[in-house]
Design a protein around this ligand. Structure first.
Ligand code: ACO
Length: 326
């Protein structure tokens, strides 16, 4: 199998910042509660004219530039998202057209906050077996469009953004070492967007019942997250024949600082070995891990040969982990 790794990175967040002080004016909450329970201080919100493909486009342009690859050389585009521009065409097809990536096959992948890691695994498989050479993988979400800004239980948690990587063949000994993907469909009701699909099509009744917004059982999702952050990381390390001491940088899904801290405790990781930016961007779903990965690379926190472990969890319920030698 060909070794496959990251050969380009890019990220984008919308300009508009919604901070905790502004949320205090919208719902009955306060900065102290939000920071102590979640670690979040601010989040970026898409402009009215921006949809998920627009965020994905900005991140993709940077990733292609950093890889030194033209859009025409990309043969696969996967967009991980739960907030596509439209049910169909897929956001990946809309992006393919915007980029002029004429040669590329394109599809969306739906695994909520685990979507980016799921997409990395899928694209790596296509390249490893020789079907494609260069893949553009994007995690992009505009959660502000499915967030109820009158519900304090959820509206403080989410933000918008996109992160993109170009995957291609890398030198022997580098690249992805292992993946661990999983699902627990039994927990699907804990975190969902109830209406707008074939089960409950949009109607005046679904609008009135606010069923086009994220519905979440925060406590149960929290427990699931703490459990799988530990087990998925251990599984990824085992498959890659690595130990927790080998991790140079741990990149967890940025949902809640307390979930990240519990993983750090379980894995004996000090803060210098963990990427944390949940304070600036909140939970951006599929964009969360790539935003953290790309920011870590931009900050010089990942050097060639470093062992990077990414782990996410989310709606489905799903989880996804990956070990990578940079
Ligand atoms: N401001 C003030 N008070 C609030 C707020 C708020 N923004 N939100 C909730 N509260 C109140 C609640 O109403 C509750 O009050 P009550 O006891 O009178 O009913 C109280 O605070 C405590 O609520 P808890 O649910 O116990 O708070 P907890 O410490 O569990 O934190 C949180 C809640 C932050 C949602 C946490 O459970 C969490 O992070 N869960 C995981 C969420 C997550 O990661 N989701 C992933 C989504 S991924 C995806 O696929 C989109």
């Amino acid at each position: 199998l060909r070794p496959v790794g990251v050969i380009g990175t890019g990220k984008y967040v919308p300009e508009r910042i919604l901070d905790n002080a502004e949320l205090e004016k919208m719902v009955d909450t306060n900065d102290e509660w939000i920071v102590s329970r979640t670690g979040i201080r601010e989040r970026h919100i898409a402009a009215p004219e921006q949809a998920t493909s627009d965020l994905a486009y900005e991140a993709s342009i940077k990733a292609l530039e950093s890889a030194g690859i033209a859009a025409e050389e990309i043969d696969l585009i996967i967009v991980a998202t739960i907030t596509p521009d439209t049910s169909f065409p897929s956001t990946a097809c809309i992006l393919q057209e915007k980029l002029g990536a004429k040669k590329a096959a394109a599809f969306d992948l739906s695994a909520a906050c685990s979507g980016f890691v799921y997409s990395l695994a899928a694209a790596t498989g296509f390249i490893q077996n020789g079907m494609y050479n260069n893949a553009l993988v994007i995690g992009a979400d505009t959660l502000s469009r499915i967030t109820d800004y009158t519900d304090r239980n959820t509206c403080v948690l989410f933000g918008d953004g996109a992160g993109a990587v170009v995957l291609g063949e890398v030198a022997e000994g580098r690249g992805f070492q292992s993946f661990d993907l999983g699902a627990e469909g039994a927990g699907g009701d804990l975190l969902k967007l109830p209406a707008g699909g074939s089960r409950l099509p949009s109607s005046n009744a679904t609008l009135e019942a606010k069923q086009h917004f994220i519905s979440m059982n925060g406590r149960d999702v929290f427990k699931f997250a703490v459990r799988v952050m530990g087990t998925a990381t251990e599984e990824v390390l085992r498959k890659a024949e690595m130990t927790k001491d080998d991790i140079d940088l741990f990149i967890p899904h940025q949902a809640n600082i307390r979930i990240i801290q519990s993983a750090m405790q379980r894995l004996d990781l000090s803060e210098d070995r963990v990427m944390i930016n949940v304070d600036k961007y909140a939970n951006t779903s599929a964009a969360s891990i790539p935003l953290a990965l790309v920011e870590a690379a931009e900050q010089g926190r990942i050097k060639e040969g470093d062992r990077v472990v990414m782990v996410g969890f989310g709606g489905g319920l799903t989880w996804g982990g990956a070990a990578l030698i940079w």
